[in-house]
Design a protein around this ligand. Structure first.
Ligand code: ADP
Length: 187
Protein backbone atom coordinates (compact mmCIF):
# COMPACT_ATOMS: atom_id res chain seq x y z
CA UNK A 1 0.00 0.00 0.00
CA UNK A 2 1.06 3.56 -0.71
CA UNK A 3 0.96 6.11 2.09
CA UNK A 4 1.51 9.60 0.71
CA UNK A 5 1.56 12.65 2.95
CA UNK A 6 0.45 15.94 1.44
CA UNK A 7 2.20 18.60 3.47
CA UNK A 8 2.21 22.40 3.51
CA UNK A 9 0.97 25.51 5.32
CA UNK A 10 -2.73 26.44 5.46
CA UNK A 11 -3.89 27.69 2.08
CA UNK A 12 -1.03 26.05 0.15
CA UNK A 13 -3.51 24.23 -2.07
CA UNK A 14 -3.46 20.77 -0.50
CA UNK A 15 -7.18 20.16 -0.89
CA UNK A 16 -7.18 21.41 -4.48
CA UNK A 17 -4.31 19.15 -5.54
CA UNK A 18 -5.53 16.16 -3.52
CA UNK A 19 -8.46 15.40 -5.82
CA UNK A 20 -6.26 14.97 -8.90
CA UNK A 21 -3.77 12.84 -6.96
CA UNK A 22 -6.35 10.43 -5.51
CA UNK A 23 -7.97 9.95 -8.89
CA UNK A 24 -4.73 9.26 -10.75
CA UNK A 25 -3.29 6.84 -8.17
CA UNK A 26 -6.50 5.28 -6.77
CA UNK A 27 -5.91 6.58 -3.25
CA UNK A 28 -8.33 7.39 -0.47
CA UNK A 29 -8.13 11.08 0.44
CA UNK A 30 -7.98 11.50 4.22
CA UNK A 31 -8.22 15.14 5.27
CA UNK A 32 -8.30 15.50 9.04
CA UNK A 33 -9.68 19.04 8.60
CA UNK A 34 -12.57 17.71 6.52
CA UNK A 35 -13.20 14.82 8.93
CA UNK A 36 -13.30 17.30 11.83
CA UNK A 37 -15.66 19.68 9.97
CA UNK A 38 -17.96 16.70 9.34
CA UNK A 39 -18.01 15.91 13.08
CA UNK A 40 -18.87 19.57 13.78
CA UNK A 41 -21.65 19.59 11.16
CA UNK A 42 -23.12 16.40 12.68
CA UNK A 43 -22.95 17.88 16.18
CA UNK A 44 -21.05 14.94 17.69
CA UNK A 45 -19.28 15.14 21.08
CA UNK A 46 -15.93 15.11 19.27
CA UNK A 47 -17.14 17.90 16.98
CA UNK A 48 -18.26 20.05 19.90
CA UNK A 49 -14.86 19.74 21.57
CA UNK A 50 -12.98 20.38 18.33
CA UNK A 51 -14.96 23.44 17.26
CA UNK A 52 -13.63 25.94 19.77
CA UNK A 53 -10.03 24.86 19.11
CA UNK A 54 -10.43 25.08 15.34
CA UNK A 55 -12.19 28.45 15.56
CA UNK A 56 -9.25 29.74 17.64
CA UNK A 57 -6.75 28.52 15.04
CA UNK A 58 -5.29 25.95 17.47
CA UNK A 59 -4.73 22.25 16.88
CA UNK A 60 -7.08 19.61 18.26
CA UNK A 61 -5.40 17.04 20.55
CA UNK A 62 -3.08 14.53 18.87
CA UNK A 63 -5.06 11.50 20.18
CA UNK A 64 -8.24 12.75 18.50
CA UNK A 65 -6.80 12.96 14.99
CA UNK A 66 -4.69 9.84 15.45
CA UNK A 67 -7.88 7.93 16.33
CA UNK A 68 -9.67 9.24 13.24
CA UNK A 69 -6.78 8.19 10.99
CA UNK A 70 -6.47 4.75 12.57
CA UNK A 71 -10.23 4.15 12.11
CA UNK A 72 -10.05 5.21 8.48
CA UNK A 73 -7.09 2.90 7.79
CA UNK A 74 -8.97 -0.03 9.34
CA UNK A 75 -12.28 0.61 7.60
CA UNK A 76 -11.03 1.28 4.04
CA UNK A 77 -10.85 -1.48 1.46
CA UNK A 78 -10.12 -1.63 -2.26
CA UNK A 79 -7.70 1.28 -2.64
CA UNK A 80 -4.07 1.35 -3.71
CA UNK A 81 -3.23 3.53 -0.75
CA UNK A 82 -3.95 6.74 1.14
CA UNK A 83 -3.32 10.43 0.69
CA UNK A 84 -2.98 12.04 4.10
CA UNK A 85 -3.86 15.74 3.98
CA UNK A 86 -3.40 17.85 7.11
CA UNK A 87 -1.97 14.88 9.04
CA UNK A 88 0.53 14.59 10.63
CA UNK A 89 0.75 18.15 11.95
CA UNK A 90 3.03 17.56 14.96
CA UNK A 91 6.11 15.43 15.59
CA UNK A 92 4.05 13.31 18.02
CA UNK A 93 1.50 12.62 15.27
CA UNK A 94 4.28 11.68 12.83
CA UNK A 95 5.67 9.21 15.36
CA UNK A 96 2.20 7.79 16.01
CA UNK A 97 1.70 7.38 12.26
CA UNK A 98 5.00 5.50 11.91
CA UNK A 99 3.85 3.14 14.69
CA UNK A 100 0.42 2.56 13.16
CA UNK A 101 1.98 1.76 9.79
CA UNK A 102 4.77 -0.40 11.21
CA UNK A 103 2.14 -2.52 13.00
CA UNK A 104 0.86 -3.55 9.57
CA UNK A 105 4.33 -3.89 8.02
CA UNK A 106 3.89 -0.61 6.12
CA UNK A 107 5.69 2.74 6.00
CA UNK A 108 5.29 6.28 4.66
CA UNK A 109 5.89 6.23 0.89
CA UNK A 110 6.70 9.90 0.32
CA UNK A 111 5.97 13.37 1.65
CA UNK A 112 4.84 15.84 -1.01
CA UNK A 113 5.29 19.30 0.43
CA UNK A 114 3.63 22.30 -1.22
CA UNK A 115 5.37 25.49 -0.14
CA UNK A 116 4.14 29.08 -0.37
CA UNK A 117 5.38 32.19 1.49
CA UNK A 118 3.42 33.55 4.50
CA UNK A 119 2.16 36.56 2.50
CA UNK A 120 0.49 34.26 0.01
CA UNK A 121 -1.13 32.14 2.76
CA UNK A 122 -3.33 35.09 3.75
CA UNK A 123 -4.17 35.97 0.16
CA UNK A 124 -5.24 32.38 -0.59
CA UNK A 125 -7.29 32.03 2.59
CA UNK A 126 -9.07 35.34 1.92
CA UNK A 127 -9.94 34.09 -1.54
CA UNK A 128 -11.14 30.72 -0.19
CA UNK A 129 -13.27 32.46 2.46
CA UNK A 130 -15.32 34.10 -0.28
CA UNK A 131 -16.02 30.69 -1.88
CA UNK A 132 -16.24 28.07 0.89
CA UNK A 133 -17.37 30.08 3.91
CA UNK A 134 -15.25 28.16 6.46
CA UNK A 135 -15.55 29.69 9.95
CA UNK A 136 -11.79 29.43 10.53
CA UNK A 137 -11.11 31.40 7.33
CA UNK A 138 -13.26 34.35 8.39
CA UNK A 139 -11.28 36.02 11.18
CA UNK A 140 -7.88 37.67 10.81
CA UNK A 141 -6.93 36.61 14.34
CA UNK A 142 -7.73 32.94 13.62
CA UNK A 143 -5.71 33.00 10.40
CA UNK A 144 -2.72 34.60 12.17
CA UNK A 145 -2.86 31.96 14.88
CA UNK A 146 -3.01 29.14 12.30
CA UNK A 147 0.11 30.53 10.61
CA UNK A 148 1.86 30.80 13.99
CA UNK A 149 0.77 27.26 14.93
CA UNK A 150 2.05 25.99 11.57
CA UNK A 151 5.51 27.48 12.11
CA UNK A 152 5.77 26.33 15.73
CA UNK A 153 4.25 22.85 15.65
CA UNK A 154 4.10 21.65 12.05
CA UNK A 155 7.15 23.07 10.27
CA UNK A 156 9.57 20.94 12.38
CA UNK A 157 8.20 17.98 10.39
CA UNK A 158 10.15 19.23 7.36
CA UNK A 159 13.43 18.22 9.03
CA UNK A 160 11.84 15.06 10.45
CA UNK A 161 10.94 13.84 6.95
CA UNK A 162 14.06 15.21 5.23
CA UNK A 163 16.08 12.90 7.47
CA UNK A 164 14.12 9.91 6.19
CA UNK A 165 14.90 10.84 2.57
CA UNK A 166 11.22 10.80 1.64
CA UNK A 167 10.66 14.53 1.43
CA UNK A 168 9.94 16.24 -1.91
CA UNK A 169 9.29 19.98 -2.01
CA UNK A 170 7.04 21.56 -4.65
CA UNK A 171 6.82 25.30 -5.37
CA UNK A 172 3.18 26.09 -4.63
CA UNK A 173 3.18 29.64 -5.99
CA UNK A 174 2.35 28.72 -9.61
CA UNK A 175 -1.01 28.02 -11.22
CA UNK A 176 -3.10 24.98 -10.16
CA UNK A 177 -1.99 23.16 -13.36
CA UNK A 178 1.71 23.99 -12.84
CA UNK A 179 1.65 22.75 -9.27
CA UNK A 180 -0.26 19.62 -10.32
CA UNK A 181 2.27 18.63 -12.97
CA UNK A 182 5.17 19.26 -10.57
CA UNK A 183 3.47 16.93 -8.07
CA UNK A 184 2.86 14.21 -10.68
CA UNK A 185 6.51 14.40 -11.78
CA UNK A 186 7.62 14.02 -8.18
CA UNK A 187 5.30 11.07 -7.47
P1 ADP B 1 -5.81 24.29 6.57
O1 ADP B 1 -4.84 23.43 5.86
O2 ADP B 1 -6.40 25.34 5.70
O3 ADP B 1 -5.29 24.87 7.87
P2 ADP B 1 -7.43 21.98 7.52
O4 ADP B 1 -8.76 21.75 6.93
O5 ADP B 1 -6.35 21.02 7.21
O6 ADP B 1 -7.07 23.46 7.02
O7 ADP B 1 -7.52 22.10 9.13
C1 ADP B 1 -8.44 22.94 9.77
C2 ADP B 1 -8.23 22.89 11.28
O8 ADP B 1 -8.52 21.57 11.76
C3 ADP B 1 -6.83 23.18 11.77
O9 ADP B 1 -6.54 24.56 11.89
C4 ADP B 1 -6.82 22.44 13.13
O10 ADP B 1 -7.49 23.20 14.11
C5 ADP B 1 -7.66 21.20 12.84
N1 ADP B 1 -6.80 20.06 12.42
C6 ADP B 1 -6.76 19.51 11.18
N2 ADP B 1 -5.85 18.52 11.13
C7 ADP B 1 -5.28 18.43 12.35
C8 ADP B 1 -4.27 17.63 12.94
N3 ADP B 1 -3.61 16.69 12.23
N4 ADP B 1 -3.95 17.83 14.24
C9 ADP B 1 -4.57 18.76 14.97
N5 ADP B 1 -5.53 19.57 14.49
C10 ADP B 1 -5.89 19.42 13.20
Amino acid sequence: MKFYILFGPPGAGKGTQASAMVEKYNLRHLSTGELLRKEIAEGTELGKKAKSLIDAGSLVPDEVVEGMIDNAFKSTKDVAGFLLDGFPRTIAQAEALDKMLAAGGEEVTAVVSIMIPDGMIKERIRHRASIEGRADDAKEETINNRIKTYHEKTEPLVDFYKKSGKYVEIDGTGTIEEVRSAIFNAM
